[in-house]
Design a protein around this ligand. Structure first.
Ligand code: BGC
Length: 418
């Protein structure tokens, strides 16, 4: 063996035996509430077990609007984080601007195409390449209720939207806050989303908020959806302005408020508060929307970074890979209140609400009633989503706007944002 060859061989052996250099993984997100933090710490621990260090960049604010604003300013000034919680159409928007790095390498190696549900893949891919990795499925159209309050006040649990609206004054008369609402555009949008699912049904909901069909947007059914929203909005109290979604859940736990209309991250909060789910606080499908499953998928996208050292790239792949392991999926989602994104996780240990979500999710897939949430930008672009949310919030807090006028505003706002 000549010297040159020996030298090359030695170098190769060194490369193969030297462990990959660890790196720092900076992750931007808005998971700052009980349940969210517990779930996130599962991911953080698993990343740190690989010798990489986790740098947390958390920005408060349910729904993530503030976080996404901060992300934009960091990215445009050339200083993006390693990864960020980005969802739905927003992934495509970031990828189109050229900010995201391809994950095809790890996706091919770890067979993501075989692991992920069919309808999720196009959301995670841009022009056929993976640029994000999903961690869970949350359901939006839930109603959380304090059954002790209903029992004490001798009020029956509502089974349809009319009954729901009818119990609100009764709950108020019995001395309770009927709805623990959070007056922020994203939460207002969630309220209207559940109402419109109930009024329009899955098919017309998709035509309105996915296809943005002007006829459905301006239809009598949509006017009726706003009428129902008006009826419910009369029970939104002034303090809802300064109340986070987590504080709303706490009002239910403390027997002060009867109802919360919110996605199933509430289950994560309830678990963190050591509540037995479906005993005192029950989860029911938003009345009238039974059988429909409005989905919201949390996912992480990875940025092209200034320093594209191999360690940083490896760390990004490590994080992406951990997210889809059965262990992380099981432990993270058990705390987050969401469904695992891969179907190899045993559902027996889920809490009762997540178990119900799992059954309903599978049924909705069979019935074609699985719909993307518009409130969380899975159904349409973030521009259209914000335009819709603005119309909804204006309507809720300006009682002089008629149902008919709201529908005209909705149609115009969507047209302008497209
Ligand atoms: C996210 C959830 C989160 C919720 C409240 C949503 O946008 O998808 O994961 O728990 O906001 O912060």
């Amino acid at each position: 063996m000549n010297n040159k060859f020996q030298h090359l061989l030695a170098l190769l052996c060194l490369l193969l035996t030297t462990p990959a250099m660890a790196s720092q993984v900076e992750v931007l997100h808005w998971w700052t509430s009980g349940g969210e933090l517990d779930a996130l710490s599962e991911l953080k621990e698993k990343v740190e077990e690989t010798d990489n260090t986790w740098l947390d960049f958390a920005i408060e604010g349910g729904g993530g609007n503030t976080a996404l604003t901060v992300l934009r300013s960091r990215a445009v000034s050339g200083n993006p984080p390693t990864a960020a919680l980005i969802k739905g159409h927003n992934i495509q928007e970031w990828a189109k601007l050229g900010f995201l790095t391809s994950l095809d390498d790890i996706a091919t190696r770890e067979k993501w195409d075989d692991k992920l549900p069919e309808f999720i893949k196009p959301i995670m891919k841009y022009q056929g390449h993976y640029v994000a990795v999903p961690v869970n499925i949350h359901r939006i159209n839930w109603l959380w209720l304090n059954e002790t309050i209903f029992n004490k006040a001798k009020i029956a649990v509502p089974t349809d939207l009319n009954e729901l609206i009818a119990v609100l004054p009764q709950l108020e008369a019995a001395g309770y806050l009927p709805i623990a609402h959070t007056s922020e555009p994203w939460a207002d949008a969630i309220l209207f989303e559940s109402i419109s699912l109930s009024v329009l049904g899955a098919e017309q909901y998709k035509q309105a908020f996915v296809d943005l069909n002007p006829q459905i947007l301006a239809s009598p059914a949509m006017i009726n959806a706003f009428a129902q929203l008006r009826a419910m909005s009369l029970y939104i109290d002034k303090n809802a302005k300064n109340r986070t979604w987590e504080q709303s859940t706490k009002l239910l736990i403390d027997d002060q408020a009867a109802i919360q209309i919110m996605g199933d991250w509430v289950a994560g909060k309830l678990l963190q508060e050591k509540q037995q789910l479906n005993t005192k606080i029950r989860c029911i499908e938003f009345p009238g929307s039974e059988g429909i499953f409005s989905y919201n998928v949390d996912s992480f996208a990875f940025f092209k970074l200034k320093s594209v050292s191999s360690e940083v790239k490896e760390a990004q792949k490590t994080l992406a890979s951990i997210i889809l392991t059965p262990e992380l999926q099981r432990e993270f989602n058990a705390k987050k209140g969401s469904l695992p994104i891969i179907n190899t996780v045993n559902s027996n240990n889920f809490n009762p609400c997540t178990q119900q979500a799992y059954t309903d999710y599978q049924q909705a897939m069979r019935d074609n009633t699985l719909v993307p949430t518009f409130a969380q930008a899975m159904a349409t672009t973030t521009y259209v989503q914000s335009a819709i949310a603005r119309v909804i919030s204006n309507f809720i807090y300006d009682k002089s706007i008629s149902n008919e006028a709201a529908v005209v505003q909705l149609t115009n706002a969507i047209k302008a944002a497209q």
